[in-house]
Ligand binder design. Structure first.
Ligand code: FES
Length: 162
C-alpha cells in the first residue's frame, strides 16, 4: 500500500457539487470514488465528510459494511480463492496457504509491489472445477497446492492471467 502517494481531490469536486444536497447520496458517491481511485482514499473520505455533512465515522461504517468498497489500495490483479464447501472439501485451505506463501500476504492484503490483492470468497459458481480461484475475470480450476504457485509466477512474468 502506498499511503504517501498524493490523491488528486480535484476529480471529486464536481461530483460532490452535484450530490451536495441530495439525500442518500453517500452510496452513489462512494461508488464513484471506488471506480475512480480503485479504493476510498482517506483524503477523499475527509472531503466527502466536509461537503456532504456526514461524519467520517458514518462514512467508514458504511464503507466497511459493503464488500464492494475498500479502504486500502488494491493490487493490479485481484486473486479470489474460493473457500466454499466444494472447494473446501477438495483442499482449498492448502491452496490458499500456498498462494499466501507465494505472495507473502494474508487474505485481504495487497503485496508490497501492489501487483496482487489476495481475497477469500464463499463460492465462485465453478464448483465442478474445485478447488478454484479467480484471477481478475478468469477462473482457474482443479488447483493443486504444489502447482498453484505457477499461476502466480506466470502472471508476474506475462502480466496476464489465463
Ligand atoms: S465452492 Fe468453490 S466454486 Fe463453488
Amino acid at each position: 500500500m502506498n499511503t504517501n502517494k498524493a490523491v488528486d481531490l480535484s476529480k471529486m469536486e464536481q461530483v460532490l457539487e452535484k450530490y451536495k444536497n441530495a439525500r442518500g447520496a453517500l452510496i452513489p458517491v462512494l461508488q464513484i470514488v471506488q471506480a475512480e481511485y480503485g479504493y476510498l482514499p482517506e483524503p477523499v473520505i475527509g472531503l466527502i465528510s466536509e461537503r456532504l455533512h456526514i461524519s467520517i465515522h458514518e462514512i467508514v461504517g458504511t464503507a466497511t459494511f459493503y464488500a464492494q468498497f475498500h479502504l486500502k489500495p488494491r493490487g493490479e490483479h485481484i486473486i479470489k480463492v474460493c473457500c466454499g464447501t466444494a472447494c473446501h472439501v477438495k483442499g482449498a485451505a492448502k491452496v490458499l496457504e500456498k498462494i499466501s506463501e507465494a505472495l507473502e500476504v494474508s487474505t485481504g492484503m495487497t503485496t508490497k509491489d501492489n501487483v496482487f490483492t489476495l481475497d477469500e470468497v464463499a463460492c465462485l459458481g465453478a464448483c465442478s472445477l474445485a478447488p478454484a480461484m479467480m484471477v481478475d475475470e478468469d477462473i482457474h480450476g482443479k488447483l493443486a497446492p504444489d502447482t498453484v504457485g505457477n499461476v502466480i509466477k506466470e502472471i508476474r512474468e506475462t502480466g496476464v492471467s489465463r
